[in-house]
Design a protein around this ligand. Structure first.
Ligand code: SF4
Length: 412
């Protein structure tokens, strides 16, 4: 039986442009699992129990696997992480080798090829960990790794050394030590829970952890980084939202890369989080043949706003070992930013960053809008390529001169 691909049950009207079609919300459908009871399908634990985790399972569901994909899938759980929820699998187009969803979750043998500049820990997290599972790289905030499990595994994951334990990293966070470190460092005002995916913890465990963090007086702000609303929207239950709501200010950062990931199921799950008063942001990774296209990225950003999610970052793909086949160029990223800024709502424009290799932190990368600057003036260009002069002024002195357009486009 063919998978129930979204195009089969929610076609955009015939007059819709490809852009409008990208922006349409469709259900992921039930596909191979059409005879599963609703109560099971909508139960996140059922989804987790029935994940696709082995090559033979994958081949059975998708006989169109390419030789490269099959070779990659055969390394599942020995060298590479493999796990796909049935819900998310329904978004894969088995007939399209270049399907942007497929590229993100189906392993390929190229992941075993490591380019000279690639690393197993490209952001230098291990070298910035004062205790296991706690990364203290920036002055006032920490990354608190909660688990090594995710609902599905992304092929370009920065923490692929750690997630799923496929390569024997043997990650064992020790919450007592992580919390004690935070309690002993009054400069830490912001704690980001991540992993693996913190929302895979039971409500009880997560509540216990959040309560302990909230009890530390200098922790002002809690964040959860998660891909669960995208891979497993069934997990975003009213009970979970009611529990999270007790720990405000609590922000949630989700991770989506392609507008097709924003289904009706995901939209509803995000609405439950937003209705619990949780500010939502999104992080995307720029990926070759997935979202290295201005229309795809614009549709994604606009669709996120429709789900009350603020696009936060686009990451240049980290130099993680085995990711060269998915890495788009910085030039592509800059061209996309150029087509977002000014061309759509400012809220829909995230910050494009490179996480500096080896642990240098996030560096914003922007098209050049300041053409030159000296003590007397700043020369800037706008999104249309028009050039303007803005008079520079000494600190605290009124400038008294209106900004002036001086000439038009050919310089850009
Ligand atoms: S959900 Fe996040 S942590 Fe998990 S595999 Fe994907 S990128 Fe990595």
């Amino acid at each position: 039986m063919q998978a129930d691909h979204p195009s089969a049950h929610g076609e955009a009207p015939p007059s819709a442009t490809p852009f409008q079609s990208l922006k349409a919300f469709r259900s992921a459908g039930r596909g191979f699992w059409h005879d599963v009871a609703d109560t099971d399908w909508n139960d996140w634990r059922w989804q987790m129990k029935h994940r696709i985790t082995h090559a033979d399972q994958l081949l059975r569901l998708m006989p169109t696997l390419t030789p490269e994909e099959f070779a990659g899938a055969k390394l599942a759980n020995t060298k590479l992480a493999l796990g796909i929820t049935p819900y998310f699998f329904n978004l894969v187009d088995p007939a399209d080798e270049h399907c942007p969803i497929r590229q993100q979750v189906i392993p390929r043998i190229e992941e075993t090829h490591t380019a000279a500049w690639e690393m197993s820990d490209p952001c230098g997290e291990d070298s910035h960990s004062p205790v296991a599972g706690l990364v203290h790289r920036y002055p006032d905030r920490v990354l608190f790794l909660v688990t090594d499990r995710c609902a599905s595994y992304c092929r370009y994951c920065t923490r692929s050394r750690l997630v799923s334990n496929a390569t024997g990293y043997d990650f064992h966070p020790e919450f007592d030590k992580q919390i004690a470190y935070i309690a002993a460092h009054p400069e830490i005002r912001d704690v980001l829970l991540s992993g693996g995916d913190p929302l895979l913890l039971s409500d009880e465990k997560l509540e216990n952890l959040l309560s302990r963090l909230r009890a530390i007086p200098h922790v002002e702000f809690l964040r959860i980084g998660t891909r669960i609303p995208i891979f497993l929207p069934q997990r975003i239950t009213p009970e979970l939202c009611a529990m999270l709501k007790k720990f405000h200010p609590l922000f949630v950062s989700v991770h989506t890369n392609h507008p097709r990931e924003l289904t009706t199921e995901v939209r509803d799950a995000l609405a439950r989080l937003a209705d619990a008063g949780i500010p939502l942001g999104n992080q995307s990774v720029l990926l070759k043949h997935v979202n290295d296209d201005a229309d795809v990225m614009k549709a994604l950003m606009q669709k996120l706003l429709m789900c009350r999610v603020k696009p936060y970052y686009i990451y240049q793909c980290d130099l993680i070992a085995g990711s060269a086949h998915l890495r788009a160029s910085v030039a592509k990223g800059l061209a996309i930013m150029e087509k977002l800024r000014g061309h759509t709502t400012g809220y829909a424009v995230p910050t494009y960053v490179i996480d500096a290799p080896g642990g240098g932190g996030k560096v914003p990368i922007n098209p050049e809008y300041v053409l030159c600057r000296n003590a007397g003036r700043v020369l800037i260009r706008n999104f249309e390529g028009k050039i303007f002069e803005y008079p520079e002024t000494a600190d605290g002195q009124p400038c008294g001169q209106p900004p002036k357009e001086i000439y038009e486009p050919e310089l850009v």
